[in-house]
Design a protein around this ligand. Structure first.
Ligand code: ZN
Length: 247
């Protein structure tokens, strides 16, 4: 079964950034995985939680509900600190993520762009950089060699994509987005499930009206930039992230 792995920074990124695409591929027989690096405890909106631990538990549950709607086979929330991904130990986090890549063995990895996506959030930039290096180094036999025991092998992912858009938000810090090279056209139903998945994140309810307005205005397209491929190629316009992959 072909596999898709999505790396995100916060619970709700999986729905807001990639929800339509995750559902789209799950329903086409792709095994989908989401790894979210933080439990989102730095959020402005706290859903009535009194402590960070309470908010983390709430957001993990919301993430699980969102993943269920999006038919994600395996959704994982890691324990890195929200808002501080730019201060983590780079090598040890990439090692952790590369181990997960070697275990899941995805054909395609999707994540945010190093610009930080349209919100310019530094955690979004960092998940991009950390996941990018995990993708590349998981494939090399001379990286994280301590992992290559007990039958675990290097794994070269066939394609790496960054999510992107054709618009920026005027009230945010400037971002220079990766140009779109792949367009996934969602059905209206897939778009509605994406919105419903975002609304599983009830602690973030004050964001719902703005999110829904933005998503509906943006329409039924989720856009990606091909950032790396295991076979050398020229960039081409694609409508399928699995194009040219024979599993
Ligand atoms: Zn986020």
């Amino acid at each position: 079964m072909p596999r898709l792995l999505c790396f995100t920074a916060h619970p709700d990124d999986e729905a807001g950034g990639f929800g339509g695409t995750l559902l789209h591929y799950a329903e086409r027989g792709i095994e989908t995985h989401v790894i979210c690096l933080t439990s989102g405890t730095a959020a402005t909106h706290r859903g009535g939680a009194k402590t960070a631990d309470e908010l983390a538990a709430m957001r993990r549950k919301e993430f699980a509900e969102s993943c269920k709607l999006l038919k994600v086979a395996q959704g994982t929330v890691l324990d890195f600190e929200d808002g501080k991904l730019d201060q983590v130990d780079f090598y040890s986090v990439v090692s952790d993520l590369a181990l997960r890549v070697r275990e899941i063995r995805p054909d395609v990895i999707i994540t945010m762009g190093p610009e930080g996506a349209i919100t310019a959030h530094p955690d979004h930039s960092m998940v991009s950089i950390l996941a990018t290096m995990a993708c590349h180094w998981a494939g090399r036999s001379n990286r994280f060699t301590d992992q290559l025991q007990n039958d675990l092998k290097p794994h070269q992912t066939k394609k790496l994509y960054y999510g992107t858009t054709l618009f920026t938000m005027p009230d945010r810090q400037p971002v220079s987005l990766p140009p779109s090279s792949a367009v996934i056209e969602l059905t209206q139903r897939e778009l509605e499930v994406k919105i419903a998945a975002f609304k599983c994140h009830t602690s973030q309810a004050p964001l719902f009206p703005f999110f829904e307005e933005t998503v509906r205005k943006r329409g039924r397209l989720e856009l990606f930039h091909l950032a790396a491929a295991s076979t050398p190629r020229k960039i081409e316009a694609e409508t399928d992230l699995f194009a040219g992959i024979n599993s």
